[in-house]
Design a protein around this ligand. Structure first.
Ligand code: SF4
Length: 209
């Protein structure tokens, strides 16, 4: 990250954090991956039940490894043969970790989901939700955040999962109704009714898609 982008990101993050505060959510800014990981760990009590919705950003900052190595009850969905059982455990977890497909510069989070386990847990269930969001995900309004989610995040995730959708061939959203579509549910988080439930760690890095 160049010093110019670092300065820009530090300034822009303050605007996002202010917007989050106005929406009853708490924002933080981390200068890099290690700082983001340590910040996330400081928000998770020892012994807490923790699970996640499959975000690349969470892996990229080393948080999954730290949780597995630490004194936490980490629900590793990949280790469960019964995926449905693992997903249902998330609703009663102490902490749910997620990345975001996009966030506006005034603090609105945008997420798209296929199975909807991630967006449903963000909306309701886990006592605390901690987002890890690279500054590459910040957009100027909801319209551009939706466009980013559909034209950047979703087509990249389709490649990641090897799915057969129009965007897998074009790289851009074709608004499909393919059986493989991962764009089934859209969640716009514009306010948290419950104070101290949603925490967003903005990271001075390009993370995820
Ligand atoms: S709606 Fe279909 S084409 Fe558009 S991003 Fe989602 S999966 Fe791809």
């Amino acid at each position: 990250m160049s010093e110019y982008m670092t300065k820009r990101n530090a300034l822009l993050a303050q605007k996002v954090i202010k917007g989050l505060a106005s929406r009853n959510m708490t924002g933080y800014y981390a200068e890099g991956r290690e700082a983001a990981r340590d910040l996330a760990l400081s928000l998770i009590d020892e012994g807490a039940t923790v699970t996640m919705g499959g975000g690349m950003s969470i892996h990229e900052i080393g948080l999954v490894e730290a949780l597995k190595a630490g004194n936490y009850s980490f629900i590793d969905r990949d280790a469960y043969e019964d995926k449905r059982a693992a997903m249902l455990l998330a609703y009663d977890a102490d902490v749910f970790l997620s990345s975001a497909n996009a966030i506006t510069d005034d603090g609105i989070l945008v997420n798209i989901d296929g199975n909807a386990n991630r967006v449903s847990a963000i909306a309701q269930g886990p006592r605390k939700v901690v987002f890890i969001v690279g500054m590459n995900k910040v957009c100027c309004d909801v319209d551009s955040a939706m466009k980013r989610a559909r034209n950047v995040a979703a087509p990249a995730n389709v490649q990641r999962f090897g799915l057969s959708t129009p965007c897998a061939k074009t790289g851009a959203c074709m608004d499909c109704k393919s059986p493989d579509t991962i764009c089934c549910q859209f969640l716009i988080t514009r306010f948290s009714r419950h104070k101290d439930r949603i925490h967003v760690i903005l990271v001075n890095e390009a993370l995820g898609f």
